[in-house]
Every structure is written in structure tokens, then in C-alpha cells.
Design a binder for this molecule. Structure first.
Ligand code: ADP
Ligand code: ZN
Length: 709
């Protein structure tokens, strides 16, 4: 069978059921992402659902697609007006009728949306949580019941979570008034206990929970504890490497970020990105980063919202966030293109203080709250909008941080002691109507989350497994094998492994799998098919487990297969569609190689790659950082192949034969006599006796080959 035949046959087999058709025609997506299809099915079936996917994972589609197929409106509760607006704009642009109700909307516009809802023309209605207390809103829902209620950012309802919002508590009441009503809860960050809490508070009936997208096999996860800040910085210098993509470095504070950025900028174009940038500066900075003009962004935790750059090759934390959820959300910006990327935490014992400080200031103790109240009263009884603007703070709180002062102000606002207009209500400072017990619980839970994060950092368990288990994703319990520093510690020994080509049959099988699934999956899923993975994401590839090459590379690690596919792409046999979700397809060259018409040599990714640049254990200054000319590199590769044969014969590791740096010297000097060979660093009398004439012969055949045109 020819490749063209295979490709042609697959084109016919592309699924055309109504859901796929709607996905394509209404949303412009070629296929479902992992997990989406099942969720859509459950939503359409009327089940209560808890959907947990990382930010950007594609949760909205899971309720928007059902909504466009039905007659009744889906009501979505969403906490951020800005995000709501983005969603509505996107939906409207696709010709889907959607509206929003929130306090920023003029009265007249509200009335238009309400009557649109009542007449049933809206497919989706977004509402801000504050709306839930309004009787007119409840009446509207009672008179015209929605098809279902979707709760976005559903973890906000849980006090166990990190983002509790009091107004979210009302959702349960509204839902129960409309019972039985289907409820779909969506969140990016929910651990198993938070998930149970969400279901309980929303009054969901035996919800089906779906967790997807946390397992990211293309990420290499690592954490290193350094002894001092100075060690941390030099380690950062050592590891930072944007490759052909980008790096994000997280620093704890703005001052720290500025120092780090200045340091890194000596070697790479670097930018500083922090919360205080104006909207315009921010989008300019993002554009410079995206375009590649700047390769490294040093940032406080501000970086994120709305930034989705697929080719981030490293996310390095030089400061610690306060929870694993927060960490993984930031680290997860690496490798969105599905290609290998690294998430590294560099920390010292002292780095625990910063998150502790945030936790402490965000859950203020009773004396702080009282002191802040007194300060506001004596300052004229009006809250100026920020603690830093309070004129003469009460002596008891004169030295607290802005964060602590603002947290106390928020508590007072929540308790009604500061009213919505900013007026500070008159009451007995010793008897403020504040729930101190609740704040203490928050603090305790926050510290528990920090402890969990430290358990992750300690690295007693495969980091991938730790994360999938923490988020409760299916498949948790499997260790990654080589995708983290616990399973595969950094090798101290820089010995050169031989550069070997992947055998022909394997290359052709890999190409054939691409041809079968042409343009329908990305590298990672394709690798899953080739290794015969039983994961859901692979099972979800239409026809993926039926093709003859399913499991053809069993025994390979998925990450190595991804790397092989990447090398085949570099070699021109495969091509990737444009980001952000590149799918892989075969090229003409690839088809020829698959048929055996054209030979392809691809270095085996299971071996360490040819790296003679700057390995850290090279003691001789200069040798490690030298760049090889093309000829030298070719000789070096030949010498390595020679070394592999000798190492095999003698059954010793390659570096015992000769270390890399000696091969580099040989490749550069090309000695022609035993005497000349003896002057090459690393060739002592013993090596000379063992390999001298052998090496001379190898070197002479190489240079002979070079002079022949
Ligand atoms: P979340 O709500 O989980 O944070 P979104 O629903 O906003 O994520 O989706 C993130 C991005 O992914 C959007 O740009 C969306 O268009 C895109 N997306 C979602 N599903 C698919 C799909 N099946 N194929 C391609 N792109 C998708
Ligand atoms: Zn691991």
C-alpha cells in the first residue's frame, strides 16, 4: 500500500457526527481536546458535572457546545467581568447569541438582555455573582428556568480553596430554589477535598467528575535546594537557556525581579514584567516577548493572565509561590506546544519566608484588624482605598505591611464595618463583628497548602505522580520514568554516550503512524499511540488504537518518542501546523522515507545528545566551551562511533575509553603520528599503548575521506 493510499483512506474516515460538525462549524475546531468529548456528552445527558482542567485547557467549550445545540438558555456564573466580556465577544463573533448581566452595565442594556433571556433567544447568559441576591433576577429565573447552571471558577465557593468568595455561597440557594436543575461546576484548581466541598455547597446530585490536562508528559519537572542565595544565582546562570524559544523566571518581589533581570540581561535579551505595568506597557512587553525580540521574562506572579506563548522552554522559579496549585499554574506555561520543556524550582531554606509572609498578612490577627479600624476612624472615617494612603496609622499597626493593612481593610469591608461607599461605620473597636475563627481557619488551611508544596519540593516521590495524584487525575499512580529529577537524577558524569542513529524500521513505523493520523494529533498524543499508551487521551484519538503502528515503539519512553518526532521534523520528514496547538503531518520527504525510497538518519534520542559545550565538570578552562567547526564536529562524531565500538568490545562505559574532551582535542588536532598523538591532552602512556595505532588509523581514514570530493 502506498502512503498516498493510506492518507487518502484516512481522510475519508474523519468523523462527521453532529457534535464534531458543531465543533467545526460553530467553534472552528478540528477535533476535541483530551477529555472534552466525554464532558460534552455528560453535560448533554443532563448529569451534574465537576470539570477540572488547567486554565486554558478548554473548559468553556464543554458547556458552550451543548448550549448552542439546545433551545433553553445556559446560565453561567462567572466572577470576573473582564473575562465575561471576552467570552461574549468571542461567542458573538461566532454568531452565537450571548449576553451578560453585571453591575457595570447601564440599566437600558440590562433590560435588553433580560428580555432577550425571557424570549429564549440567548444560548448563553453570563451573570456576575452579586446578581444572585437580587430578587428581580431570582424572579426572572423562576419564571423562565434556564437549561442548566454553569459555575465558573467554582472553587471560589469553597473555604478550603485559596480564592474563597462570599458571594459565591449564594449560588447554592439560587440553585436549590430552582431544583431540580442541572449544575455544572468548572475550575482549574481543585484538590479532591475542595471538589467534594464544591459539590456539597452547590447541592449537586451525584456529580460526575472529570479531571484532565494536569498530566503533562512533555514537561521535565525538577526542584533543587541550594545552600545560599549566591549558589542559587550561579545555578540559575548555569541552567538558563531559551533554546529556540522562551524562558519565564519567577522572582518573588518586584525589586528581586529587577535585580535578576539585570543579571540575566548580560547574556540574553531580557525583560522585566510586573503587576504595576500599565495596560499599554504590558501589552507592548508581551508583544516583544511573543515576537522573540526578547527571550527571557523575569516576573513577579503577575505574568500570566492572557499570555499564552506556546514555545516557553523553561519556567524557572527563583522564589516560591504559596501552594502547589499556584506553582503548577505558573509552571504549566512551559511547553504548551507539546515539545519538551523544563519546570525548575531553585530555592533555599529562607525562601519559605515570602509565602509565609503572604499567608500571614492575608489572614490578619485580631489586634491588626482592631488597629486598622482605629486608624481609619481617626483618619476621618472614610476608607481612602488603600492602606498605604491611610494618613496616621494607629501606633499598634504603624509598622505592618501594606498587604496586611489591605487584608484587614478587606475583612472590615466583608463584615460591613466599611460600607460599600467607603464610609467606616461607628462601632466598638473591641467588638467588631468580625469572624476571627474563620480567618484563623483560613490561615491554617493556607499553611497546609504551603506544606503540601514543600512536600512536592522535597522530592521523595516522582513529581509527575505527585501532581496527578494531588489533582486527582486519572492515571495518577504512574511514575514518569525520566520526566522528573526524582526518577532520573541529573547525571554528574558527563561521559559521552555514543551518537547512534535510530534504526530504519523504527523510523518508518513512526512515519507511518503520522501518515495514518495525518494532521489530527500533536506530537505528544502521537508518541502515546506509538508506545501503545493506554491513557484516555490516546484512546480518544479516533482510530488511534486501531492502526497497525499502535504500540510499535513499545518499550520507548514517551518523551523520547516525542524527541524523535521532533528530530524527524527538523529533518524535514514531518511538519507541524502553526501554534498554539500544532498537529503533525507527513511531508513528501517523509513519505519517501516511509517507503524506503529515501534514507533518513536520525540520532537516537535515548542517548544523550552531542554536547561538548560547557558541561559543568570540565576542569580545563576553555575546552568545555569551545565551539567545533563543521569538520571538527564530523570528526568528533566519527571518534565517538569508534569509541562506542571499543567500549562495547571491552564492556566498559564509553568515558573509560576516552572522555569527550579528549575526543574534542583529537578532532581538532588530527595527529598523524604516535608522537603527535602523545602530546594530545588526555592521551597518556596507557591510552597510547591501548589505542594509539587504532586511533591513528581511524583519524587517517577520516581525513582521507574528507579530501576526496
Ligand atoms: P479554560 O476555560 O479552560 O481556561 P478556554 O475554554 O478559554 O480555557 O480555552 C482556551 C483556548 O483553547 C481557547 O482559545 C479555545 O478556543 C481553545 N480551545 C478549546 N477547545 C479547543 C479544541 N477542541 N481545539 C482547539 N482549540 C480549543
Ligand atoms: Zn518521575
Amino acid at each position: 500500500m502506498t502512503a498516498v493510499g493510506i492518507i487518502g483512506a484516512m481522510a475519508v474516515a474523519v468523523p462527521t457526527d453532529p457534535l464534531h460538525a458543531a465543533l467545526r462549524d460553530r467553534f472552528g475546531h478540528g477535533d476535541f481536546r483530551e477529555g472534552q468529548r466525554e464532558v460534552v456528552d455528560a453535560v448533554l445527558a443532563g448529569d451534574d458535572v465537576i470539570l477540572v482542567m488547567p486554565t486554558g485547557g478548554g473548559k468553556s467549550l464543554c458547556y458552550q457546545l451543548p448550549a448552542v445545540l439546545e433551545q433553553q438558555t445556559t446560565v453561567v456564573i462567572s466572577p470576573l467581568i473582564a473575562l465575561m466580556k471576552d467570552q461574549i465577544d468571542a461567542l458573538t463573533a461566532r454568531g452565537i447569541a450571548a449576553g451578560a448581566l453585571h453591575s457595570n452595565l447601564p440599566q437600558s442594556a440590562q433590560r435588553v438582555v433580560e428580555s432577550a433571556y425571557r424570549s429564549g433567544v440567548l444560548r448563553l447568559l453570563y451573570v456576575a455573582p452579586e446578581r444572585l441576591v437580587r430578587p428581580d433576577f431570582k424572579t426572572m429565573l423562576a419564571e423562565t428556568p434556564p437549561r442548566r447552571l454553569v459555575v465558573d471558577e467554582a472553587h471560589c465557593i469553597s473555604e478550603w480553596g485559596h480564592d474563597f468568595r462570599r458571594d459565591y455561597l449564594r449560588i447554592g440557594d439560587v440553585a436549590s430554589a430552582l431544583a431540580p436543575l442541572q449544575i455544572v461546576a468548572c475550575t482549574a484548581t481543585a484538590t479532591v477535598e475542595v471538589r467534594e466541598d464544591i459539590a456539597g455547597r452547590l447541592g449537586q446530585r451525584r456529580p460526575r467528575s472529570f479531571v484532565h490536562g494536569f498530566a503533562r508528559p512533555n514537561l521535565r519537572l525538577a526542584a533543587e535546594r541550594l545552600r545560599s542565595e549566591a549558589d542559587k544565582l550561579s545555578r540559575l546562570d548555569e541552567v538558563i537557556d531559551p533554546g529556540d524559544g522562551h524562558v519565564i523566571v519567577y522572582a518573588g518581589t518586584r525589586a528581586r525581579a529587577a535585580t535578576l533581570a539585570a543579571r540575566i540581561a548580560i547574556r540574553y535579551p531580557t525583560m522585566l514584567y510586573h503587576a504595576d505595568l500599565g495596560a499599554e506597557e504590558r501589552s507592548r512587553a508581551q508583544e516583544r516577548f511573543r515576537s522573540g525580540e526578547v527571550r527571557i521574562a523575569v516576573t513577579t506572579s503577575a505574568f500570566g493572565m492572557g499570555v499564552d506563548i506556546p514555545s516557553v522552554r523553561q519556567v524557572i522559579h527563583a522564589a516560591l509561590p504559596a501552594s502547589l496549585e499556584e506553582y503548577y499554574q505558573q509552571a504549566g506555561r512551559a511547553g504548551r506546544d507539546g515539545l519538551p520543556a523544563t519546570c525548575l524550582v531553585l530555592y533555599t531554606a529562607a525562601d519559605r519566608r515570602l509565602p509565609e509572609f503572604f499567608i500571614e498578612s492575608s489572614s490578619p490577627e485580631p489586634p491588626t484588624i482592631t488597629g486598622v479600624y482605629r486608624s481609619l476612624r481617626s483618619g476621618g472615617g472614610i476608607d481612602p482605598g488603600a492602606w498605604s494612603m491611610v494618613g496616621a496609622p494607629d501606633a499598634a499597626v504603624a509598622a505592618i505591611s501594606d498587604a496586611a493593612g489591605d487584608a484587614a481593610r478587606a475583612v472590615l469591608r466583608d463584615a460591613g464595618v466599611i460600607d460599600p461607599s467607603g464610609r467606616v461605620v461607628d462601632c466598638d473597636p473591641r467588638r467588631l463583628p468580625v469572624d476571627h475563627g474563620r480567618i484563623a481557619t483560613h490561615r491554617r488551611l493556607a499553611f497546609r497548602r504551603l506544606d503540601t508544596f514543600f512536600a512536592y519540593l522535597a522530592g521523595r516521590e516522582c513529581r509527575h505522580r505527585f501532581i496527578t495524584r494531588h489533582f486527582g487525575e486519572e492515571g495518577a499512580g504512574q511514575v514518569c520514568g525520566s520526566g522528573c529529577d526524582v526518577c532520573a537524577p541529573r547525571r554528574r558524569d558527563p561521559s559521552g554516550d555514543p551518537v547512534e542513529a535510530v534504526d530504519d524500521t523504527t523510523v518508518r513505523r513512526a512515519l507511518s503512524a503520522v501518515a495514518r493520523l495525518n494532521g489530527r494529533v500533536g506530537l505528544v498524543r502521537l508518541a502515546g499511540v506509538l508506545v501503545g499508551s493506554r491513557s484516555r487521551s490516546v484512546a480518544a484519538v479516533p482510530g488511534g488504537t486501531d492502526i497497525p503502528t499502535y504500540g510499535a515503539m513499545q518499550g520507548w519512553r514517551e518523551a523520547d518518542v516525542v524527541e524523535l518526532l521532533r528530530r524527524l521534523t527538523d529533518a524535514g520528514a514531518l511538519q507541524l501546523s502553526p501554534p498554539p496547538y500544532p498537529t503533525v503531518s507527513i511531508t513528501q520527504l517523509g513519505v519517501e522515507a516511509m517507503r524506503g525510497v529515501q534514507a533518513l538518519r536520525v540520532a537516537d534520542p535515548r542517548r544523550r545528545s552531542l554536547s561538548v559545550r560547557g558541561h559543568p565538570h570540565d576542569t580545563r578552562a576553555g575546552a568545555g566551551t569551545r565551539d567545533l567547526s563543521d569538520d571538527e564536529a564530523r570528526r568528533f562524531a566519527h571518534l565517538r562511533a569508534w569509541r562506542t565500538r571499543r567500549a562495547r568490545e571491552r564492556d566498559v562505559p564509553a568515558y573509560v575509553v576516552l572522555p569527550d574532551r579528549t575526543l574534542v582535542e583529537l578532532a581538532a588536532a588530527v595527529p598523524a603520528t604516535l608522537d603527535a598523538l602523545a602530546t594530545v591532552p588526555g592521551i597518556g602512556p596507557a591510552k597510547l599503548a591501548l589505542y594509539g595505532s587504532d586511533l591513528l588509523e581511524t583519524l587517517s581514514t577520516m581525513s582521507a575521506a574528507e579530501t576526496v570530493p
